[in-house]
Write a protein that binds this ligand. Structure first.
Ligand code: GH3
Ligand code: MG
Ligand code: MG
Ligand code: MG
Ligand code: MG
Length: 317
């Protein structure tokens, strides 16, 4: 049990293994159409040392997907060829349904290429039928669970800004595409806002970098608390933030940003007994269903320039 904890990535919401409450007891979804192979695997796992595996067996992809929707498994063993899914299709569909479920691919001796393809797409390991023993199978499953948790932790870290905790630029492409679709579904254009702190260099110069960092954190917190649920806020870089506001029309978006600038200006930021307040300027642009991010950003940027030129602490579009 201790070895499991020592490799936990510290994902704050989950300690120990999810699914089965015990560190050495695991629920396994076995997706295998060959009954003889399935029986063999079940027998091997029954005799595995140091851990208990509870196995749910499904013979088709359709029934397996149903199981995944219904219950939480710690790991899935997936036969690469099933009657209703061939050539790693099974793997892809399971991944699309549940990105958090670790997958170990089970392959015949003749399909190692496919297994490697599955690994490239995010499977944790592959087992070649005929080569598995109880201990190696048990170890592969336990490692798969731990490794997948680490990968998820790294992915989250890579997509978030360390200082503010906001999603970073890496997230923006996919988020912009999602928000564009969502706005289009509601027959709206997508309001996009580039928000830049005013005279932020002076904050660093006068009060030091720690105060600058404290301001950035507080602004990020302010933005994520004030925006509506379907909106998205990210740190674009430096003291620049991006807001995506699907569901709002141009004037509602303008009001939203003006509200944010107003509450930001009124909010004192205190560090070690020293209080500062900051303002920001914002450039707003409306993205059409097929507009490229670069073009939308350029329009936000020139609107921001207008806002700065016109005296700062305001929104322009
Ligand atoms: P303007 O009103 O024209 O936007 O002026 P400004 O001073 O805000 O703009 P400028 O681009 O000159 O300065 C941005 C500053 O942001 C410079 C940089 O040191 C600071 N900065 C960028 N990232 C960080 C950070 O992570 N922490 C701190 N403390 N400062 C940062
Ligand atoms: Mg077989
Ligand atoms: Mg098969
Ligand atoms: Mg800037
Ligand atoms: Mg600035």
């Amino acid at each position: 049990a201790d070895e499991d904890r020592s490799v936990d990535t510290g994902n704050s919401s989950s300690h120990g293994f999810v699914g089965s409450g015990n560190d050495s007891s695991f629920s396994v979804l076995l997706i295998e159409d060959d009954d003889a192979d399935a029986l063999l695997l079940k027998r091997l796992l029954k005799r595995a040392p140091h851990a208990t595996f509870t196995i749910t067996h499904e013979s088709s992809l359709v029934s397996a997907l149903k199981q995944i929707k219904q219950s939480d498994f710690d790991v899935a063993i997936v036969d690469i060829n099933l009657p209703d899914a061939r050539n790693a299709e099974s793997f892809e569909q399971i991944r699309a349904l549940d990105s958090r479920l670790p997958i170990v691919v089970l392959t015949g001796d003749d399909s190692e290429e496919l297994a490697i393809y599955a690994i490239r797409c995010g499977a944790q390991d592959y087992l070649t039928k005929g080569e598995v023993s109880g201990p190696t199978l048990a170890r592969a499953l336990r490692f798969a669970i731990v490794r997948h948790r680490m990968v998820l932790g790294l992915q989250t870290a890579a997509g978030h800004d360390q200082l503010t905790g906001l999603p970073n630029r890496r997230h923006l492409d996919s988020q912009f595409a999602l928000a564009q679709v969502s706005a289009t579904e509601q027959q709206n254009l997508l309001p996009v806002c580039l928000l830049d702190l005013d005279y932020f260099k002076q904050v660093n110069d006068r009060y030091g970098h720690c105060m600058g960092d404290a301001v950035l954190k507080k602004v990020a917190q302010h933005l994520s608390q004030q925006i509506h649920e379907e909106m998205w806020a990210g740190r674009f870089g430096g003291e620049e933030f991006i807001l995506l506001m699907p569901g709002l029309g141009p004037s509602a978006a303008n009001d939203m940003v003006e509200g944010l600038l107003g509450t930001l200006e009124a909010m004192p930021i205190v560090l070690d007994g020293v209080s500062v307040s900051v303002t920001a300027s914002a450039g707003l642009a409306m993205a059409g269903p097929t507009d490229a991010w670069e073009d939308v950003y350029a329009r936000c940027d020139s609107a921001l320039y207008q806002a700065k030129q016109s005296g700062r602490n305001q929104v322009a579009s």
